[in-house]
Design a protein around this ligand. Structure first.
Ligand SMILES: NC(=O)c1ccc[n+]([C@@H]2O[C@H](COP(=O)([O-])OP(=O)(O)OC[C@H]3O[C@@H](n4cnc5c(N)ncnc54)[C@H](OP(=O)(O)O)[C@@H]3O)[C@@H](O)[C@H]2O)c1
Length: 226
């Protein structure tokens, strides 16, 4: 059984990751902004404070992870935020855009950097970045959502760079689109149940290896264009 770290594990896809992984017998370290508000608990889950937008918080989180476990097998960079849906050029707020980039792009970079020493070692380990089809330049037909789209495009590039960095160190790094999933972010009209999205993602992450590193997949297994 493996040890997985899930960021943003208090609701939405992150919480579902924790629940399914625990049901499969794995151990989970849940990174959440407010551990005291976490309603779900489990004997194989450790809940630690984490704000991916803060370098200080990420460093404290990494220190606490080291106290909780000697090694990790999988890091899922799941925490993310919207920018206000489908904002046009007139509506986009540059200051909010910087916050979105901080959380969605630099957040996963911070966490990966801080936990990299725990991922290095003799056994293959994995980073799974929860991106979005909205970040695909090839797929950008409807425009809008400047900040969110750009934040995920940036995350895709970070995935590629980390994959190169991890190639000779046994660390695979892959980007995933969870589908339009029914969470607070996805909204009520989203067609993909959270359980289906996460089941697909876990299956793909289990298969993640040095062939699939540096690539971009949908939860269904289809490969996506950058
Ligand atoms: N749902 C979809 O249709 C969809 C589609 C494509 C991609 N995604 C991606 O999937 C991931 C999960 O989304 P979701 O649908 O589960 O969204 P969600 O229900 O809105 O949950 C977002 C999670 O991220 C956490 N978070 C936000 N900012 C954070 C920060 N600074 N530090 C730590 N945690 C933070 C939230 O914590 P708080 O409770 O503290 O805010 C929450 O746990 C995101 O990266 C999102 O971009 C979702």
């Amino acid at each position: 059984m493996a040890t997985w770290i899930i960021t943003g594990a208090n609701r939405g896809l992150g919480l579902e990751f924790a629940k399914q992984l625990l049901a499969d017998g794995h151990s989970v370290i849940a990174g959440v902004r407010q551990p005291e508000m976490m309603e779900f608990d489990h004997e194989r889950m450790t809940v630690l404070r984490l704000d991916v937008a803060s370098t200080t918080s990420v460093h404290e989180f990494a220190e606490n992870v080291k106290l909780a476990t000697q090694s990790i097998d999988v890091l899922v960079n799941n925490a993310g935020r919207m920018d206000g849906r489908w904002q046009s050029l007139e509506e986009v707020d540059p200051e909010v855009s910087l916050e979105v980039l901080n959380v969605n792009t630099i957040g996963p970079l911070r966490v990966s950097q801080a936990l990299w020493p725990l991922l290095e070692g003799p056994n293959p380990t994995k980073i799974a970045n929860i991106s979005s089809l909205m970040g695909s330049i090839d797929d950008c037909m409807s425009g809008r959502s400047y900040a969110y789209r750009t934040s995920k495009t940036g995350l895709n590039m970070i995935t590629k760079i980390l994959a190169v960095e991890g190639k000779n160190k046994g660390i695979s790094v892959t980007a995933y689109h969870p589908g339009w999933a029914k969470t607070d972010m996805g909204g009520e009209r989203a067609p993909v149940p959270v359980s289906v999205s996460v089941q697909g993602l876990i299956g793909l992450i289990n298969e993640q290896d040095d062939v699939r590193t540096g690539r971009f997949f949908e939860y269904t297994g289809d490969e996506l264009p950058w």
